[in-house]
Design a protein around this ligand. Structure first.
Ligand code: GLC
Length: 564
C-alpha cells in the first residue's frame, strides 16, 4: 500500500463539531487562536483592523477548527504601545469600534461554539488614564500618586532617577515630571506602572474583571503577569547588563512571589462565575519550574511556555524542553501550554529560516523554504503534544515576518527608543492577506485601500483564498491537523508522552487515550530524509510522507502522526 499526504482527504465534516467536543475542562487541550485586532480584518476601510472586521471573520476561525480566540487589547488607548497602553479599561477604542461591537462579537462567537479570551493589562496603564492625569495634577504628596510609583530622585537636586532600572523598551525606567518627582515605567514612558500594594488598584482590577465577565468573556490573557509586584524598596540591580525584551532574567521587578497573592484573589472572583472561564499568564520567568507557580490549583489556568517558544529546531533540545515542561506542570496539575508565535516575537517560519541562536527578534528573512518546512513540522509536533496550544493569526498561512519594513512605517516603541537596536515586532504584525491580487488582499474592503503596515506583494499567493482547497497548502495542513486532533482521543489532553527509540535528530513518542487508542508522533528535525518502520497508519504529515508497505521515508524537517 502506498499513501501520500495529498491522498489523505480531510474528514468530510471536519468543522461540524467545532467548539462542541470539549465540555469539562475545555481549556486543558484547547487550541486557542490569537487575533491581533489591528491586523486581522478592517471592516471600515481605514487601514486599521477593527471589531466588526473580526466579527465578520469568526466563521473562518470556526472552520479552521480552533476552540477559542484570544483578542489582543482593543480598549481606549493612545496607542503608544499598540493598545498595551490602556486609558480606559471599560471602553472600546473608537479605532476598533464600540462596546456594542465587543458584546456582539462575544455573542456571535458563542453561537459558533467559540470562546473569547480578552487581554488584561494590569501592570501599567496609559499616561492618559484618568488616575495618572489626576496624580500629575495633584502633585507630590497627593494620595493619588500612591497608586503609581512616584518618588523623589537621587542626587543633590533629585536630578537622578530613584534607582538604576532600565525600561524594557530602552532608556531609564523612570521619567521626571515638571514638579521634580519621578515615576516608574517598566515599558514606555507613556505606560506608568501601577503600585499593586495600593488597595484602590486591587479593587479597580477586581471591578474590571467583573465588567468583562458580566459581558460574557470566557477568560483573560494577563499581560506582564510576572511584573506587577516589585521587590520591597525597589533595589538597584547594579551592573550594566540590563533587561532584554521579554527575557528570562531574574530581576527585582519580575516574578516576585507577591504576584501569586493577586492571582489567588482573582481566581476567587473568576470562580464566582459559571462556564469554566480561564486565566492565561504571560509570565516570562527564569525557569519552567517558576512558570508552574502561576498555574497552581488556586491560581491561573495556563501560562505560556516561552522556553519552548525559544527552543531551536533541534531534536535533543526539543525533547529536553518537552520533558522539563511536563515534569514541571504535572505536580501542580496544570496543562502544558505550547506556543510558537505571537505579536512580540519573530514568526516561527522566519525564526526557523535563520541560524539558531539569534533570539526571538530577527531582522533577516533567511532561507524561506527551509523556514516554512520547519515551521509546519514544528506546528504539527506542537499539536501532537499533551496540553493546550496557542496559534498566532497568519501562522496558518505560513506567513513569514516582514523583515524589510521601512523605518518610517514602524510603530513598535522599542524600535524608536533603541535606535533600531531591537524592537522588530512590527514584522510579525503586518495585516494578514485574505483574498485577491492587490494589497491589502481583502484585509480592508477596497482593493488598493490602506493598511497600517504595508504587505509584501508576495502575500497574494499566501492569502486564505489562494490556499483554500489546495492540497498541501499550509492552511489546509492546519485545518486537517486540527480536525484530526479532535478525532483522535489520544491527542490533546494528558500530561505525559512515551518516548520511543529513534535515530539521532528524530523525535518519536506515543500518546495513549483512556480508551486504549494510541497516536505516534514522529518528527525528523534533520535536513535529510530518514527511513524508518512505519509506526502505524499515517494520519497526517507536514510534508510528503510516503509509506510503502511497512516502511516510510520521513522527509527532512517533517513531522507525521500515526494511528496505532
Ligand atoms: C506584553 C505585550 C507586549 C507589550 C508589553 C507591555 O509583553 O505582549 O506587546 O508591549 O507587554 O504591555
Amino acid at each position: 500500500m502506498t499513501q501520500h499526504l495529498a491522498e489523505l482527504a480531510r474528514p468530510a465534516d471536519a468543522t461540524a463539531t467545532a467548539g462542541a467536543r470539549r465540555t469539562g475542562d475545555w481549556w486543558r487541550d484547547a487550541v486557542i487562536y490569537q487575533v491581533y485586532p489591528r491586523s486581522f480584518a478592517d471592516a471600515n476601510g481605514d487601514g486599521m483592523g477593527d471589531l466588526p472586521g473580526i466579527r465578520s471573520r469568526l466563521p473562518y476561525l470556526r472552520d479552521l477548527g480552533v476552540d477559542a480566540v484570544w483578542l489582543s487589547p482593543f480598549y481606549a488607548s493612545p496607542q503608544a504601545d499598540a493598545g498595551y497602553d490602556v486609558s480606559d479599561y471599560r471602553r472600546v477604542d473608537p479605532m476598533f469600534g464600540e462596546l456594542a461591537d465587543a458584546t456582539g462579537l462575544i455573542e456571535d462567537a458563542h453561537r459558533l461554539g467559540l470562546r473569547i479570551i480578552v487581554d488584561l493589562v494590569p501592570n501599567h496603564c496609559s499616561d492618559q488614564h484618568e488616575w495618572f492625569q489626576q496624580a500629575l495634577r495633584e502633585g507630590p504628596g497627593s494620595p493619588l500618586r500612591k497608586r503609581f510609583h512616584f518618588l523623589p530622585g537621587k542626587g543633590e537636586n533629585g536630578e537622578l532617577p530613584p534607582n538604576d532600572w532600565e525600561s524594557i523598551f530602552g532608556g531609564p525606567a523612570w521619567t521626571r515630571v515638571a514638579d521634580g518627582e519621578w515615576y516608574l515605567h517598566l515599558f514606555a514612558p507613556e505606560q506608568p506602572d501601577f503600585n499593586w500594594e495600593h488597595p484602590a488598584v486591587q479593587d479597580e482590577f477586581r471591578s474590571i474583571l467583573r465588567f468583562w465577565l458580566d459581558l460574557g468573556v470566557d477568560g483573560f490573557r494577563i499581560d506582564v503577569a510576572h511584573g506587577m509586584v516589585k521587590a520591597a524598596g525597589l533595589p538597584d540591580i547594579g551592573g550594566s547588563d540590563q533587561l532584554k525584551l521579554l527575557g528570562n532574567d531574574v530581576m527585582p521587578f519580575f516574578d516576585q512571589d507577591g504576584v501569586h497573592e493577586i492571582y489567588r484573589d482573582w481566581r476567587r472572583v473568576l470562580d464566582e462565575y459559571t462556564g469554566e472561564r480561564i486565566f492565561v499568564a504571560e509570565a516570562w520567568t527564569p525557569t519552567v519550574q517558576r512558570t508552574a507557580n502561576y498555574v497552581r490549583p488556586d491560581e491561573l489556568h495556563q501560562a505560556f511556555n516561552f522556553q519552548y517558544l525559544g527552543t531551536s529546531w533541534d531534536a535533543e533540545a526539543l525533547r529536553e524542553v518537552v520533558d522539563l515542561t511536563l515534569d514541571s506542570m504535572r505536580p501542580v496539575g496544570a496543562p502544558a501550554t505550547w506556543v510558537l508565535s505571537n505579536h512580540d516575537v519573530t514568526r516561527h517560519a522566519t525564526r526557523f529560516a535563520n541560524p539558531a541562536g539569534l533570539g526571538t527578534q530577527i531582522r533577516t528573512p533567511g532561507d524561506r523554504e527551509l523556514g516554512l518546512r520547519r515551521a509546519r513540522a514544528a506546528t504539527l509536533l506542537m499539536l501532537g503534544l499533551p496540553g493546550s496550544a496557542y496559534l498566532y493569526q497568519g501562522e496558518e498561512l505560513g506567513l513569514p515576518d516582514v523583515t524589510d519594513l521601512p523605518d518610517e512605517v514602524r510603530q513598535d516603541p522599542s524600535f524608536h527608543r533603541q535606535s533600531g537596536q531591537d524592537g522588530f515586532r512590527d514584522g510579525c504584525r503586518v495585516p494578514i492577506p485574505w483574498s485577491g491580487t492587490e494589497a491589502p488582499y481583502g484585509f480592508g474592503p477596497v482593493a488598493g485601500g490602506p493598511s497600517w503596515l504595508p504587505q509584501p506583494a508576495s502575500w497574494a499567493e499566501l492569502s486564505v483564498e489562494a490556499q483554500t482547497g489546495v492540497p498541501g497548502s499550509t492552511l489546509e495542513l492546519y485545518r486537517s491537523a486540527l480536525a484530526v486532533r479532535r478525532e483522535q482521543a489520544a491527542l490533546g489532553a494528558g500530561d505525559s508522552v512515551d518516548w520511543m527509540d529513534a535515530q539521532p535528530g528524530v523525535l518519536a513518542f506515543r500518546r495513549t487515550a483512556a480508551d486504549g487508542s494510541s497516536v505516534v508522533v514522529t518528527a525528523n528535525t534533520t535536513g535529510e530524509p530518514v527511513r524508518m518502520a512505519a509506526p502505524g497508519r499515517l494520519l497526517i504529515g507536514s510534508g510528503e510522507v510516503v509509506v510503502v508497505d511497512d516502511e516510510t521515508v520521513l522527509p527532512a524537517d517533517t513531522t507525521a502522526w500515526w494511528a496505532v
